[in-house]
Design a protein around this ligand. Structure first.
Ligand code: ADP
Length: 490
């Protein structure tokens, strides 16, 4: 099969969060299974050019219709760790992708609407006719709409679309001018609430609603989250639309790229290890303490790696930090947020704890340090308010770091409580709590630290069981192929 990914991120060249990991990891798995995969991305000025090999222009003048005129684009090609990637570089006065950051601009909807349109123009002009186009999140949600309303008649009539929603909180809100820009026009048609209207009666379009309507299949990133978005407010207004289209909607758990995340070969950690030699993690713990200026000694390290966003349960992350300090443990945090106020709060906390020998906060994005934390910490906390899938807990498990998580979304599908899970004890892999409050977090952390202190052998068993879990792309790769086959023959 020939699959074309169209996405705003692909790790490690352009990654903000889990979306980038998924686009890379799934593509790699599909290729390993013998399928042809290509990826179309914007050419951001801030992307990690050092992760692209053989970057060269393959089309100097892709003319993309836009607002009744055309914007000329260059299309580049390069390999990102073996993946075939095309990068679209518009030459427009708005400099859509030359902003020094991936997202966070008032015209984000317009930027990615342009990218969606340009990606389809590229397919059309380059004679690319994939069996399946796989789009991701709101940034590329217009692709299925444009494909079926405009490009099918122009020559892309047999392409099928699978759209994956990684985060329901960001659905892409655009004004009606997007319809004029892309050439869809007809605001009264597209703007109605049973099409792309956002349902609030104004002139706003919900791009993700468009993707749900027009795609041949829609997925989200874990089975439990697929349930949550239809039955709770976590669908953020799209629950009803998903109900109407439930026959083409399911949850497929994200996989983890086991090549990129492998404690046996990880170039960023001083000591390699596997499940049989997990005790050697101690060398990485010492290195982590040294790197984070913590004192050495027999204390467990609790870590957090992730975006600093209300989604992640920030009050409980802070609470875990204080809990660790009060209970003779150490705490390290690596994270950054897109909201100035949140970053400021954590900078304040960092300054407050500057001289504490048991705690270190690193506010920023640091791929290398993330690897060291996963390899060196004993526990990783994820007290998320909601979590569509979560990759950090999967990385933690792979690195023998015991996850302490809230029972929500993909965390519920992947972490099974050592004391209370209904699974057999040999399949349990972490600590889980229900309610997003201090009592919930305390109960899980006290059980976690208790096991580490009082039952070191059982703790090592728990570590080994976590490392034995298979959260690679093997199963999800097969699940996505089933979806692709289904929509190809529907
Ligand atoms: P989300 O997609 O909501 O950001 P996930 O848990 O699915 O969360 O994926 C987060 C990914 O991003 C993981 O690979 C994690 O290690 C990485 N990550 C997040 N924040 C940082 C950071 N500040 N530095 C390095 N890696 C980070």
């Amino acid at each position: 099969m020939y699959i074309m990914m169209i996405a705003a991120e692909c790790a490690p060249v352009a990654k903000v969060g889990g979306l980038g990991d998924v686009v890379f990891g799934l593509s790699r798995e599909l290729e390993l299974r013998g399928h042809a995969v290509e990826i179309v991305l914007p050419k951001y000025d801030c992307m990690r050019h050092d992760h692209v090999w053989g970057l060269q222009v393959v089309d100097h003048a892709l003319a993309v219709p836009w607002y009744g005129s055309t914007v000329e684009c260059a299309v580049w090609f390069g390999f990102v760790h073996g993946r075939k990637c095309f990068f679209i570089e518009p030459r427009s006065p708005q400099s859509y992708f030359e902003r020094g950051a991936y997202y966070g601009f008032p015209d984000d909807a317009e930027r990615f609407a342009f990218f969606s349109k340009a990606a389809l123009e590229f397919l059309l002009k380059a004679g690319k006719r994939p069996d399946v186009i796989h789009t991701h999140d709101w940034q590329t949600a217009l692709v299925p709409v444009l494909l079926f309303e405009m490009y099918a008649a122009a020559g892309l009539g047999s392409q099928r679309v699978c759209h994956t929603i990684h985060n329901f909180r960001h659905q892409g809100t655009a004004g009606h001018e997007i319809l004029r820009a892309t050439g869809l026009n007809r605001p009264e048609y597209y703007g109605s609430p049973d099409r792309m209207g956002d349902g609030f009666g104004g002139h706003a379009l919900n791009l993700t609603r468009g993707a749900i309507l027009y795609s041949n299949f829609v997925t989200t990133v874990s089975p439990h989250h697929a349930w949550e978005v239809r039955h709770t407010d976590l669908g953020c207004g799209l629950g009803h639309t998903l109900h109407l289209h439930q026959d083409k909607f399911s949850g497929i758990l994200n996989g983890l790229d086991y090549e990129m995340w492998n404690p046996e070969t990880d170039p960023y950690i001083p000591q390699h290890y596997d499940a049989a030699t997990a005790a050697q993690k101690a060398v990485n713990t010492d290195a982590l303490r040294e790197r984070m200026l913590l004192r050495q000694g027999a204390r467990p390290v609790i870590g957090y790696v992730g975006r600093l966003d209300t989604q992640k349960g920030l009050h409980l992350i802070r609470h875990a930090l204080w809990y660790a300090l009060e209970h003779d443990a150490q705490f390290v945090l690596l994270g950054s947020g897109s909201e100035h106020g949140i970053n400021e709060d954590f900078w304040h906390l960092k300054r407050q704890l500057n001289n504490n020998p048991d705690c270190h906060l690193e506010i920023g994005y640091d791929e290398e340090l993330a690897h060291l934390i996963y390899a060196g910490a004993q526990f990783l906390v994820m007290p998320s308010n909601y979590e569509p899938c979560g990759l950090s807990q999967l990385i933690a498990l792979r690195y023998g770091t015991v996850p302490v998580v809230r029972s929500v979304g993909g965390l519920r599908d992947t972490v099974f409580d050592w004391d209370f899970s209904s699974l057999p004890r040999t399949r349990r892999n972490g600590f889980v709590f229900e309610h997003p409050d201090h009592a919930g977090m305390d109960s899980a952390l006290s059980r976690a630290l208790g096991l580490w202190r009082q039952e070191p052998q059982l703790f090592q068993q728990l570590v080994a069981q976590g490392m034995a879990c298979d959260y690679s792309w093997n199963n999800p790769g097969r699940d996505y192929l089933d979806v692709y086959e289904f929509i190809r023959h529907k």
